[in-house]
Design a protein around this ligand. Structure first.
Ligand code: ZN
Length: 233
């Protein structure tokens, strides 16, 4: 009687081990190398995902994207080697194709820092957690094309800003300050120096009415006299 129970336990153990080995052999050995990036949108009311992405690219970050693409290509080569060496080529190929996801290789998360509280020994403590509000994914080609379009406008603004119909609104205090500093408080036509900013204008070289954009390369400092002469023409 007892002999029988021992026999059953050993048999069950052997079956379990066999199943475990089979699981190890047949489970998918491939894991797609996704690119993950987190945008901190704390304090932003209506964050525009594409704008965040453009700003990310404007800061010269395409190099990270490119490096990751090389990593993906390297991974593909290694996978193909693994398949070639495998005894179950067809099965492995199917598994490989299942994880392949170039269209959504790059994932960008929009996260917000939230303050949470916990009670400890009658003392209220606060701590911050990053909560993902939303995310979007895209392919390398999409990012490549977007970067090319930003490169064409010298990474001066986001595409949304560039295509905005309301170019006048884009003239912010910060941008004005940037142009004044770049041009050193000096009229770009007559050379008048205006350190007190009296009569100083930030002018659109190509007027907005003629399709000029509010981007640094289309802006210059003028004195009121030169600005007046320009608008009289
Ligand atoms: Zn002038």
């Amino acid at each position: 009687m007892y002999d029988n129970i021992e026999y059953i336990i050993i048999l069950l153990g052997v079956v379990l081990i066999i199943f475990f080995i089979l699981y190890l052999i047949f489970k998918n050995p491939f894991k797609y190398p996704y690119f993950n990036y987190y945008f901190d949108i704390s304090g932003k009311r209506n964050p525009d995902a594409k704008n965040l992405l453009d700003n990310f690219l404007n800061q010269g970050n395409f190099i990270i994207i490119k490096e990751h693409n090389e990593k993906i290509e390297q991974w593909k080569i290694e996978c193909k080697k693994k398949i070639e060496q495998s005894k179950i080529k067809k099965y492995r190929t199917k598994q490989y194709q299942k994880v392949l996801n170039d269209k959504e290789a790059y994932i960008f998360y929009l996260t917000r820092n939230q303050t949470r509280y916990k009670q400890k020994n009658y003392i209220r403590m606060s701590y911050k957690v990053a909560v993902t509000e939303s995310y979007f994914s895209c392919s390398y080609d999409y990012l490549f094309n977007r970067n090319e379009r930003l490169k064409a406008i010298n990474y001066e603004c986001t595409l949304k800003e560039y295509n905005s119909n309301n170019q006048r609104k884009l003239m912010t205090k910060e941008l004005r300050k940037e142009i004044i500093n770049r041009d050193n408080y000096t009229c770009q036509l007559c050379g008048k120096y205006m350190p007190d900013e009296v009569g100083l204008h930030v002018d659109h070289i190509i007027p907005i009415s003629k399709g000029g954009k509010t981007i640094p390369s289309n802006l210059q400092v003028l004195c009121s006299k030169c600005n007046g002469n320009k608008s009289n023409k």
